[in-house]
Design a protein around this ligand. Sequence first.
Ligand code: AMP
Length: 118
Amino acid sequence: MTETRNDTVFGMILRGEIPADIVYEDELAVGFRDIDPQAEVHVLIIPRRRINSLGHAGQEDRDLLGHLLNVCAQVAAQEGIAESGYRVVTNIGRDGGQSVDHLHFHVLGGRSLSWPPG
Ligand code: AMP
């Protein structure tokens, strides 16, 4: 719903202005390795169209949100962690620990992840 200029670090990656280790691309979404990985596999899945966070998505974004989750599962399989298991996380706002204001899903796996998160 809320969309602003795509001027975050992820916008720069989408425009090819800074490098990223891209592992997935389609017309709606891009997946790339997190620069500061928290697990053996740590990929970020983002929409090409900027939505600031899940909290800024609206009903009209339902198809896109569903697609992004399907891409998370697809990338997990591609990364070889579908069988062992993995976690999909999206941080929202200050208390959620969001540091980049462009919706992204973290796909984390390759080790046993603790719960609850800190
Ligand atoms: P969050 O804290 O949930 O907003 O997640 C933002 C994530 O983006 C963090 O895990 C960062 O390590 C990651 N990140 C920041 N800059 C880059 C970059 N240039 N390339 C890849 N990942 C990045």
